[in-house]
Design a protein around this ligand. Structure first.
Ligand code: PLP
Length: 425
């Protein structure tokens, strides 16, 4: 009892005792962030290689985003959508131009945007496609991650996400990811399908990167059957994968990318996370008039969705992405990262592969998913000043803020290499 406990231990004990145990954090207690760095309560500095699951693409506490927050926080934060405000309209114009869609519906968390997309697709199915009442079906991919509400977990195949949370929402069919044949088959078989909801790269599943033409072909298959392609770019979007959106393919121009040959335009685009640079929960669904028109007054909403504070922050966050060329940086440094990690794969039996796009990457550790080795590697990385976390047991995701420089990235590659080579012995 007389032992001195550190500030870190104290903070961890408090969370243990008073917080629900719905996460299993790495034992590090953070108190400050700036750019690509985080500091713990003992003053140790870390490279952040998780970026709050890609919510902090612009780096921690980006001065321009924080300035927008402070300015708007002292002016007007929330009015409810019962009235107009003078920030929402400009935001809607800005974001629809930015991503080239007719209309936007702002929400808060990512999963709310997914829920919104599902509701829009169903309503569109009944009102525009003539689907019989309560029959609308949405196709999803195996190993998807779209968030944690009851409806959204209803189509998850992760037993941790679903166990004892039933009964579930009907109206979804799951097909293998990256399998165009399976998509064409299901579209052929079920005339009640209204949408295909998919992550262009499956982040939570372990950065599963499909064949180059997968999304393009999926869009073609959907178009043929008058089915909406709904891209969940909550994690992959906003420059993370080396282009403004993962559906931009190989284009990193950040502007007018619909003109590029590699761009596949989804019918519905779902954004969250980095839309606010990690400052506030801001999410959005973008689509064209013919789809968004099905939503009329009183049919959907959110108290905080489209708040002056949230949308001001989102505009600043998107401005930073463009102004600092984050997509180009992510593309260039992503190539470098995978090149360095491929060498590590060659030199170490402990890593079986590196995969990813832009600065959304993962190392697959050559152990069974139940093994604790990936966790132990993350603990060792933490000791050496780099924060990352395993996903699905033996996969470690590496996703630093996109403001990282080449020199800093190379330093981080050294840390990762040295740490893993130590484990090999
Ligand atoms: C994080 C994430 C979500 C859920 O976002 P929340 O803000 O946690 O609700 C949905 N889809 C994808 C692809 C995500 O990465």
């Amino acid at each position: 009892m007389s032992e001195i406990i550190t500030r870190s231990e104290e903070a961890i004990l408090l969370e243990e005792q008073y917080g629900a145990h719905n996460y299993h954090p790495l034992p590090v207690v953070l108190t400050r962030g700036e750019g690509i760095y985080l500091w713990d309560v003992e003053g140790k500095r870390y490279f952040d290689f998780l970026s709050a699951y890609s919510a902090v693409n612009q780096g921690h506490c980006h001065p321009k985003i924080v300035a927008a927050l402070i300015q708007q926080a002292g002016t007007l934060t929330l009015t409810s959508r019962a009235f107009y405000n003078d920030v929402l309209g400009p935001f809607e114009q800005y974001i629809t131009n930015y991503f080239d869609f007719d209309k936007v519906l702002p929400m808060n968390t990512g999963v709310e945007a997914v829920e919104t997309a599902i509701k829009i697709a169903r309503k569109w199915g009944y009102e525009k496609k003539g689907i019989a009442e309560n029959k609308a079906t949405i196709v999803v991919a195996e190993n998807n991650f779209h968030g944690r509400t009851t409806t959204v977990i209803s189509f998850s195949n992760d037993e941790n996400a679903t166990g004892n949370f039933g009964p579930f929402t009907p109206g979804f069919v799951r097909i293998p990811f990256d399998d165009i044949g399976a998509l064409e088959d299901v579209l052929e078989k079920h005339p009640t399908i209204v949408a295909f909801l998919v992550e262009p790269i499956q982040g939570e599943a372990g950065v599963i990167t499909p064949a180059t033409n997968y999304i393009r072909k999926a869009a073609e298959a959907c178009r043929k059957k008058n089915v909406l392609l709904m891209a969940d770019e909550i994690q992959t979007g906003i420059a993370r994968t080396g282009s403004l959106l993962a559906v931009c393919g190989d284009c990193s121009c950040q502007e007018h990318c619909e003109k590029q040959a590699t761009y596949t335009r989804p019918d519905v685009l779902i954004l969250g996370k980095a839309l606010s640079g990690g400052v506030l929960p801001v999410s959005a669904v973008l689509t064209d008039n013919a789809v968004m028109d099905v939503i009329r007054p009183g049919q959907h909403g959110s108290t905080f969705g489209g708040s002056p504070l949230g949308v001001k922050v989102a505009m600043a966050a998107l401005e930073v992405v463009r102004g600092e060329g984050l997509a180009q940086n992510a593309r260039r440094l992503g190539l470098l990262f995978r090149e360095r990690m491929s060498r590590l794969v060659d030199n170490s039996d402990l890593v079986s592969m590196v995969r990813g796009k832009g600065l959304l990457n993962a190392l697959v550790i050559n152990t069974p998913a139940e093994s604790s080795v990936a966790w132990e590697i993350c603990l060792a990385l933490k000791d050496r000043g780099l924060l990352a976390k395993p996903t699905h047991g033996n996969i470690i995701r590496f996703a630093p803020p996109l403001v990282i420089s080449e020199q800093e990235l190379l330093t981080c590659c050294d840390i990762i290499e040295q740490t893993i080579l130590t484990f090999n012995q």
